[in-house]
Design a protein around this ligand. Structure first.
Ligand code: XIL
Length: 388
């Protein structure tokens, strides 16, 4: 089938080495061939068949997109099979945990880059891009933070953290989530800013400061504002989309060096209020500001779906395909990252567990590293995406 696949000159250029390696490895039987998987039973509606035998990385690259995967050091450093699959399928890595304050800052003075250096080396060794998450967040702060950081020294702590962390990987990082989840409409603060430690210590300008310091520390990295709760056609999400758009407009108007919006995209398979037109309109409004868009933490929780794994997998795959088909139609979207690769490692096991105690199934691979229909769904959406 690979030989019969018409590879246009341009897509061949895009696929480049990846295709040669792909074909070569396929011939030698080394690349995992997941394209001719049997269709799983379940609601027999959509045909999730996939054309060709390319990896998600190759399918994305052929459209000028990046497909990436969030990883954790314990998992990728201990499981060679998973590491190999991530290197085969992912064009970019993002540490799910290791680049946050708590793991990096054992005390107010020292930094521990052991794990992040290992991850950066893994990415370089496998020719993968890497993105950083996250420099400023109200969660995952170290235990010493509350009794140490105050209004007098907060600016110095924030500035030093960004300079040290971004500076260490300067030139290697595709992008950084500089500020994460700064908007919360429920907090009733001016401009819907979330009432975080950073807002209390430094005022609203902490966001501008973080981006300006990050830009000085690594002029090459794409600087991203990242948030969740932007995806659905609900009053809450609509209000948050408006607040985020207002934040982005303000940052741009002040000449703050922000380059992209990250939409976390933690989807819910039982959420019925998905309106492609409204989401596309929001994406277009963001793009009109001259910003790129990254889908930064994609997964699909199935905790309210029926127990039957085959039925769940089919519904989850449908959500993946419909959401990605919508967002990838906006050419300002440059990357899609899933928040993990195998169900075995998903954070949703703890954050969105099933009441029946069954293991959740939100990601492209199952707990035994076998591809699910979600993998097909992502592949199909990438294959149909317009070239960038
Ligand atoms: C989560 C990680 O997945 C967990 O492993 C960790 O314990 C807590 O943080 N939005 C974000 C991410 O921006 O940083 C969060 O990641 C998930 C929600």
């Amino acid at each position: 089938m690979l030989k019969n696949r018409l590879i246009t000159r341009r897509s061949a250029l895009w696929l480049g080495l990846g295709t040669v390696v792909g074909i070569g490895a396929l011939v030698k039987g080394k690349t995992t061939d997941w394209s001719d998987r049997n269709q799983v039973l379940g609601t027999p509606k959509r045909d999730f068949s996939v054309v060709g035998k390319f990896s998600l990385k190759q399918r994305a690259a052929s459209k000028g997109l990046i497909y990436g995967i969030a990883i954790t050091y314990p998992s990728i450093s201990s499981d060679q099979k998973l590491a190999a699959l991530i290197a085969q399928e992912g064009g970019m890595l993002v540490p799910e945990w290791e680049l946050k304050w708590q793991p990096l800052r054992p005390d107010p003075v020292n930094f521990d880059f052991t794990r992040t250096d290992w991850i950066a080396k893994f990415a370089r060794t496998h020719g993968m891009l890497m993105r950083g998450h996250t420099l400023v967040w109200h969660e995952s702060l170290p235990p010493w933070f509350k009794e140490t950081v105050n209004r007098q020294n907060a600016k110095q702590f924030l500035t030093q953290h960004i300079q040290k962390v971004v500076g260490r990987y300067a030139g290697q990082m595709h992008s950084w989530d500089v500020v994460n989840e700064a908007i919360d409409v429920d907090d009733k603060q001016p401009n819907s800013l979330r009432k975080t430690t950073w807002l209390e210590l430094l005022g609203p300008d902490y966001i501008d400061l973080a981006f300006r310091v990050a830009a000085e520390a690594d002029p090459k990295a794409l600087l991203v504002y990242n948030d969740y709760g932007l995806e659905y056609d609900t009053p809450r999400h609509e209000a948050k989309r408006n607040a985020v758009l207002k934040l982005l407009k303000g940052l741009k108007s002040r000449g703050v060096p922000i380059h992209a919006l990250g939409i976390q995209s933690h989807l819910d398979a039982s959420e019925k209020h998905f309106n492609p037109r409204k989401l596309k309109n929001f994406l277009s409004n963001v793009a009109d500001l001259g910003l790129k868009i990254l889908i930064t933490e994609l997964d699909v929780t199935d905790n309210k779906l029926p127990l039957n794994p085959a039925v769940r997998d089919r519904i989850v795959a449908t959500v993946y395909e419909d959401y990605l088909s919508t967002v990838l139609s906006e050419k300002a979207v440059i990357a899609v990252l899933t928040w993990g690769f195998s169900d075995r490692d998903t954070w949703l096991s703890g954050f969105r567990p099933r009441s029946d105690g069954a293991a959740v199934r939100p990601l492209p691979l199952d707990a035994n590293l076998k591809p699910k229909l979600a993998w097909n769904a992502i592949a199909r959406a990438l294959d149909r995406a317009p070239k960038r």
